[in-house]
Design a protein around this ligand. Structure first.
Ligand SMILES: Nc1ncnc2c1ncn2[C@@H]1O[C@H](COP(=O)(O)OP(=O)(O)OP(=O)(O)O)[C@@H](O)[C@H]1O
Ligand SMILES: [Mg+2]
Length: 233
């Protein structure tokens, strides 16, 4: 579904990605792990188009999307949940969700809203409250729900577990796993490498803007070098 080949990106003259190649097949849940500053966020932002690329190609369903605007990519079904959630604190929970549908302009949005409320009942309970009143875990559910309102085919998740207590980390990852099981294709970035690989089919390890290891999630979880560097062994 997504094919990234030889991708580069930089901030001014500082390179952030160099020659990154990876792919995500339809229906897969693929995790990207790596230390602070490895380039994970830059990779997701380059795929969604909010960050320019410098060289390389991006293909989605076999189509070169490298010159598409971010909006066009959303319309194709590439939807990103940004690092730090970025919900609109002064707007109601429900209005935050509608903003997700607006990005794609869909007739079936009311039905999708109902599905999101079924998945995250707490969002239904608090639909009229300002999003800023929600806890961190609830805001992450809202950010996920907002992305689902855009009817994603490929969901790009950046650090969904960031800042959450361990119990909530498990809850969010369970939701992500369930989304994947229901057929949404997911590219998941998380510093919580063990939890991310535990729900993933395959994974890539990034360091200093490059892919340094790849394999099935199970292989990476059992790889001695990956364990030492990223899994706290
Ligand atoms: N806005 C920016 N301006 C300049 N340099 C940046 C900017 N954003 C990121 N960088 C640099 O680009 C590199 C990759 O950063 P990126 O945020 O993609 O890494 P990351 O793997 O997502 O890290 P983290 O785990 O901390 O989220 C780092 O060296 C970082 O310092
Ligand atoms: Mg990041």
């Amino acid at each position: 579904m997504l094919e990234v080949t030889g991708l580069g990106s930089r901030y001014g003259r500082i390179p952030a990605l160099a020659d990154v190649s990876l792919h995500v097949r339809a229906g897969e849940l693929v995790a990207i792990v790596g230390a602070n500053g490895a380039g994970k966020t830059t990779l997701l932002r380059t795929v969604s188009g909010v960050q320019p690329k410098h060289g390389g190609t991006l293909r989605f369903d076999g189509v070169d999307i490298g010159r598409d605007t971010p909006r066009r990519r959303v319309q194709r079904g590439i939807v990103q949940v940004p690092e730090g959630r970025q919900v609109f604190g002064a707007l109601s929970v429900e209005d935050n969700l509608w903003l997700g549908a607006f990005a794609r302009g869909r007739a079936q949005a009311p039905r999708t809203l109902d599905a999101v409320f079924t998945m995250f009942p707490v969002l239904r309970d608090k639909r009229a409250e300002p999003a800023g009143n929600l806890s961190g875990g609830q805001q992450q559910m809202l950010a996920l729900g907002r992305a689902l309102m855009a009817d994603p085919r490929l969901l790009l998740l950046d650090e969904p577990s960031m800042g959450l207590a361990p119990r909530l980390v498990a809850e969010i990852f369970n939701h992500i796993k369930a989304l994947g099981a229901r057929g949404t294709t997911i590219l998941l970035v998380d510093q919580n490498a063990r939890a991310a690989l535990a729900i993933a089919d395959r994974g890539y390890v990034m360091a200093a803007g490059r892919v340094v290891a790849e394999g099935t999630a199970a292989d990476l979880l059992h790889d001695a070098q990956v364990q030492r560097a990223y899994l706290g062994h």
